[in-house]
Design a protein around this ligand. Structure first.
Ligand SMILES: *Cc1c(COP(=O)(O)O)cnc(C)c1O
Length: 383
């Protein structure tokens, strides 16, 4: 039996080849394991400096980062928040945590990112501004925020959305959970809106086991984010609290892993880009409707998770699964989930549904060998 008959290739695998163990040992030896500890600050500084963000606040997850950002943007019960129909469910869930409702927006067929034209038409034709606030005319509900998601680490069109957000007095929160290492010219994903959210969940481009970060250029928002994430404690030693807060601070143990991951980040990005390029080059000549999301010339995505679109996605997944190669489809469209099926959906042709039903995410972890990748490519080409 040859190696490839039994060898299993997973979709993703974390990469701990740096100082992870040394820093974790240090945490345990020093006894600094909770949120008070030097690694939290060091990890925040490493991410802030890499992304060129003025402030970075470490929290327990990307979902917690989104929840706090919605509170910081003053999204309130009954408000409406525009989000793409194609995303991981956390974006839509966070909107519900503040008792607001998502308005789902279809994605562009070529980029898979939120369709800015649909957002623009909605704001121009279905909304009006009253006393500095944007209202959806037919429901008379306030449209308070837009959360574009940088789907798969490729860039949503933030510059265009930012000008719309400003014109219509709507807050812009970037869900950059998948986009650490993704740039729009010289601006990092998550630093162009008022607030940006990162995730360090297990399968993200770097991981802390679980964790997230809020990016902002505003000192007051940064201060309030820290405050809310530590139970809104308002006195250094007394248990005084001045509003309802959350236990959302990242621990020193998680941050220690994160710092070690950031030290290797350039190497991770380089390898990710090589892997995706190998896939893209290999599939370039297949004229069977197989495609990747297009990359805008002025953007530099992180190549987090190469994902193909193909009318034969189901056959491709079955053939790879037979060979013990793990893949996954993209997320089920938000408007197909029971909690969100009644939300307003802005769409002309439902590209989200088509993409969600015909996509395959391919293995692209650091330890993936060229020979293994060629095997994956061979199976897909055969299908
Ligand atoms: C992973 C992810 C999140 C949530 O991050 P967690 O750290 O898992 O809570 C939010 N949005 C998107 C687009 C994600 O991919």
């Amino acid at each position: 039996m040859s190696k490839q008959d039994w060898e299993r290739i997973p979709l993703s695998e974390p990469w701990f080849q740096g100082n992870e163990i040394a820093y974790l040992t240090d945490c345990i030896e020093q006894g600094w394991v909770s949120s008070a500890g030097a690694y939290v600050k060091k990890f925040e500084q490493a991410v802030a400096s890499y992304t060129r963000s003025a402030y970075a606040i470490a929290v327990t997850s990307g979902t917690a980062a989104l929840h706090l950002s919605l509170i910081l943007a003053n999204v309130q019960a009954g408000d409406l928040v525009l989000i793409p129909n194609l995303s991981f469910v956390a974006t839509a869930n966070a909107v519900r945590y503040v008792d607001a409702d998502p308005i789902l927006v279809d994605v562009c067929p070529d980029t898979w990112q939120i369709d800015v034209e649909l957002v623009k038409t909605f704001l121009q034709q279905a909304c009006s501004i009253r006393e500095g606030q944007c209202y959806h005319q037919s429901s008379q509900r306030r449209v308070k925020a837009i959360i574009p998601v940088h789907v798969l680490g490729y860039l949503a069109d933030i510059p265009l959305l930012a000008s719309l957000a400003q014109e219509f007095q709507v807050k812009l929160i970037e869900d950059a959970a998948e986009a650490l290492g993704s740039w729009d010219q010289d601006q990092h994903a998550g630093t162009m809106g008022e607030l940006g959210c990162l995730s360090f969940n297990g399968n993200k481009i770097i991981t802390t086991g679980g964790g997230g970060m809020i990016l902002t250029q505003s000192e007051s928002l940064a201060q309030r984010a820290r405050h809310l994430s530590t139970q809104a404690k308002s006195h250094p030693d007394r248990y005084d609290h001045d509003e309802v807060g959350y236990n959302y601070r990242l621990t020193n143990v998680h941050a220690a892993i994160g710092l070690a991951q950031m030290e290797q980040f350039e190497a991770i990005l380089m390898r990710k880009s090589e892997i995706e390029e190998r896939y893209r080059n290999a599939f370039h000549l297949i004229e069977d409707g197989l495609s990747f999301p297009i990359i805008h010339p002025h953007t530099h995505p992180n190549h987090w998770l190469p994902t193909i679109y193909s009318p034969k996605a189901a056959d491709i997944r079955a053939a790879l699964s037979e060979a013990h190669i793990q893949t996954r489809p993209l997320w089920t469209a938000m408007n197909q989930l029971p909690m969100f099926q009644d939300c307003l959906y802005l769409s002309k042709e439902d590209h989200t549904g088509r993409i969600a039903d015909h996509s395959v995410s391919l293995p692209a972890y650091m330890g993936l060998e060229a020979e293994q990748q060629d095997r994956i490519i061979g199976i897909i080409s055969a299908v």
